[in-house]
Design a protein around this ligand. Structure first.
Ligand code: ADP
Ligand code: ADP
Length: 462
């Protein structure tokens, strides 16, 4: 009985451990050498060497911080890795650089104008690294004495003795400090820091010298060395915030809680002007550094001519991020006009855009990508099944076949096998339709659907 229970526990915990796997989760970077040469298969990326190398140059440009306001367009057929490369660029930029990934259709919403939505997206992608020097007092508590006043109305008084390896000082405590000492439960032997400006006390841990004093210390107690040198120290702290974060925090109707709800609404231009001025001052005084990041807009042909005009102007400002766009369209109409243009983008924006083309994959590349995806989804496949998947990808699409892996894995598990075989693949292929088959089916049954347009563009009214 007990053993059974344990078994179940183990299974439950294994279930918890299987995390969800996003479609690009296998991508960890661009997979380039220091000389920016692409390794054939690296960081989860396969092939597409020229595009990856070009992307590498863009990352280097942004990281050097010399350029702002450039536009890049990833152009290529669906499923040729445009989003994958954009994700890899964001990964390469590292933690410190803001990167916003969005689809052009997100610009259009009933809550705000397109200009506002674009402005927010742009300001999300520009970081401000704020440097602050603060004075702190850091040491080991030797003694805390808090004197209770004789009458309830009297103020409390107290003293705190702190030491480092070299010195010891007694501080008088005010009412606020006393409260936080009681709240934080500070006692002799604790190592603490006090922020001089705010009076905030933080407990860092307990002194090693006190390790054996108490029996009743929790397992989480952190033991650290008594600080050396002076009690008072200067410490530089840096914060990274985006311009948009600062906008939201300072916009009075919203307050910082809006950052968590994502419900930011429109922000007044005068607030932005004030913030721009403040940031410029900070920059002048050396307190802050502006870090242009990356704004990725997928399906960029969905933008209207007004949006493109707005983007074009925004790119001219000093602190614009690098805008990376992606599209799978050829020569098509610019939305909101009757003009034809490459990629559905106006010429004046195309003109200042670096274009990276992605190419269709060879069968070997597709097989390699599918192999990586199978590993990512923790699915083992037979060589035959992998070949079948790659073959299918040619007649359907890479993205469709990737979905099949997940289905085949479930089918495989249901027949209590560990390795996906061709039968699992073909069963999942029959279960779920790809785009071509569903289109054929719709056309075959066209007269049974209302308002069916047919592939020849003719409308059949049933
Ligand atoms: P696109 O944006 O060009 O339509 P995606 O980037 O969405 O194509 O590619 C489809 C799928 O194939 C995604 O899951 C993507 O992560 C993966 N993929 C595409 N190209 C590569 C590649 N070169 N290496 C690894 N995975 C890739
Ligand atoms: P850290 O870099 O130490 O993790 P954060 O940058 O996350 O700190 O700052 C903590 C919070 O305080 C964030 O929500 C950030 O938006 C806000 N914040 C920090 N500094 C400022 C500032 N100078 N102006 C406005 N908001 C700030």
């Amino acid at each position: 009985m007990d053993i059974n229970k344990d078994d179940q526990l183990i299974k439950a915990s294994e279930l918890v451990r299987t995390s969800r796997v996003g479609v690009h989760s296998h991508i960890r970077g661009l997979g380039l050498t220091d000389e920016l040469d692409p390794r054939p298969v690296s960081n989860g990326l396969v092939g597409q060497l020229r595009a990856r190398k070009a992307a590498g140059y863009i990352v280097r440009m942004v990281k050097d911080g010399k350029v702002t306001g450039r536009a890049v367009l990833l152009a290529g057929q669906p499923g040729t890795g445009k989003t994958a490369i954009a994700m890899a660029i964001a990964k390469e930029m590292g933690e410190g650089t803001p990167a916003t990934l969005m689809s052009a259709s997100e610009i259009f919403s009933p809550e705000m104008s397109t200009a506002e939505a674009l402005t927010q997206a742009i300001r999300r992608s520009v970081g401000i690294r704020i440097k602050e020097e603060t004075e702190i007092i850091e040491g080991e508590v030797v003694e805390v004495t808090i004197e209770r006043p004789a009458t309830t109305s009297g103020a409390k008084a107290g003293r705190l003795t702190l030491k480092t390896t070299e010195m010891e000082t007694i501080y008088d405590l005010g009412g606020k400090m006393i409260e936080s000492i009681i709240k934080e439960n500070i006692a002799a032997g604790d190592i603490i820091t006090i922020d001089k400006a705010t009076g905030r006390i933080a407990k860092l841990g307990r002194s090693f010298t006190r390790a054996r004093d108490y029996d009743a210390q929790g397992a989480q107690t952190r033991f650290i060395q008594t600080p050396e040198g002076e009690l008072q120290k200067r410490k530089e702290v840096t914060h990274m915030v985006s311009l948009h974060d600062i906008d939201v925090i300072n916009s009075r109707q919203q307050g910082f809680l809006a950052l968590f709800s994502g419900d930011t609404g429109e922000i007044k231009q005068e607030i932005r002007d004030q913030i721009n001025q403040k940031v410029a001052e900070w920059k002048e005084e050396g307190k802050a550094e502006i870090v242009p990041g990356i704004l990725f807009i997928d399906e960029v042909h969905m933008l209207t001519i007004e949006c493109f005009a707005f983007l074009n102007r925004a790119l001219e400002s000093d602190n614009a991020p690098i805008v990376i766009m992606a599209t799978n369209r050829g020569i098509t109409k610019i939305r909101g006009t009757n003009e034809l243009s490459p990629h559905g983008m106006p010429m004046d924006l195309l003109d200042r855009t670096l274009i990276i083309m992605t190419e269709p994959y060879s069968e070997a590349d597709i097989k390699q990508i599918l192999q990586i995806r199978c590993e990512e989804e923790d699915a083992s496949v037979t060589e035959e099944a992998l070949n079948a998947l790659a073959e299918l990808a040619k007649s359907t699409s890479l993205r469709y076949v990737m979905q099949l892996i997940m289905v085949a894995k479930v089918l495989c598990r249901r027949r209590k096998a560990t390795e996906i075989n061709t039968e699992d693949i073909s069963r999942s292929y029959r279960l779920f339709s790809d785009e071509r088959r569903s289109e054929e089916w719709l056309n075959r049954l066209s007269d049974q659907f209302l308002f069916h347009h047919g592939t020849n563009g003719q409308l059949n009214l049933a």
